[in-house]
Design a protein around this ligand. Structure first.
Ligand code: 6AU
Length: 264
């Protein structure tokens, strides 16, 4: 199947190259799953990717929680991601002013050199997106920013008014790939899709086949319902890496996500 057929309006309206790249990979792999690869050591990370790589479209990292991180190990990680045809999404949740966020894309981790996507809060205003895009530009790379419009954790401070402002500013910005929308509440996600319109993507954490409360205030909703409500990518962590058989779990999340895209 061609991505234009699988994605319909989303494909036609997308302007950022990274949006089309994601939709192409997701179509090739028949999976709208981004693995939240929250592993503490490089060895665990490599094992996990080797096991579930064929069933996912993107890898979400928190580069700063790995105990034995090194530039050479990370180069191997990037090569493994490429081998499995995976986008690399660093969930850094940038929040500072534009020029500092640009500088934070460099430093020890040098995120600008290997990330395809990063997350940012819009609390400091829209220049943060320009700062992040400038950093990718410095590295001669293309990237896309996902703005946190909602969060999955209980008691978070992202009010409806705040969400509306993030969507208004973000929808008009070329450097924005889309928004993080809360998967634990499919009705909130449907409202978000209405506000966002058809052009930008919505990526969704807080999903698990076992819906309900997770650890430390995390909440989970149903992955199929999230995509029907307008999400374009389910971000799954514990549902895959915490399963007894991660490969089997990844395969079922992939199948469910692909079916949901056909059904919506
Ligand atoms: O499936 P889990 O609960 O094991 O993992 C969820 C992953 C984690 C969080 O950092 C992330 O999703 N996340 C995010 C983002 C931006 O991805 C936003 C949010 O509101 N909630 C959330 O859990 O790696």
């Amino acid at each position: 199947m061609e991505p234009s057929e699988a994605w319909g309006e989303r494909w036609l309206n997308a302007t950022l190259p990274m949006a089309k790249r994601f939709m192409t990979v997701a179509t090739e792999k028949r999976s709208l799953v981004c693995l939240a690869a929250d592993r503490r050591t490089m060895a665990e990370l490599f094992d996990l990717i080797d096991e579930v790589g064929p069933f996912i479209a993107a890898l979400k990292t928190h580069v700063d929680l790995i105990d034995d991180w090194s530039p050479s190990a990370w180069a191997n990680f990037c090569a493994l991601a490429e081998k499995h045809n995976l986008l690399i999404f660093e969930d850094r949740k940038f929040a500072d002013i534009g020029k500092i966020s640009r500088a934070q894309m460099a430093g020890v981790y040098n995120i600008k050199a290997w990330s395809d996507i990063v997350t940012a809060h819009l609390i400091s205003g829209p220049d943060i997106v320009d700062g992040l895009q400038a950093a990718w530009n410095d590295a001669n790379r293309e990237g896309g920013v996902l703005l946190l419009a909602q969060m999955s954790s209980r008691g978070n401070l992202l009010s409806d008014d705040y969400t509306r402002s993030v969507v208004e500013l973000g929808a008009a910005h070329d450097g924005v790939l889309g928004f993080i929308g809360n998967g634990s509440r499919p009705n909130e996600l449907a409202n978000l899709r209405q506000k966002v319109g058809q052009q930008k993507m919505i990526w969704t954490p807080g999903v698990n086949l076992e819906v309900g409360d997770g650890e430390m205030g995390q909440r989970y909703g149903d992955p199929y319902a999230a995509i029907l409500a307008g999400s374009d990518c389910i971000i799954v962590g514990s549902g895959i890496h915490g399963a007894k058989y991660p490969k089997v779990a990844a395969e079922s999340y992939a199948q469910i996500s692909w079916k949901a895209l056909q059904d919506r």
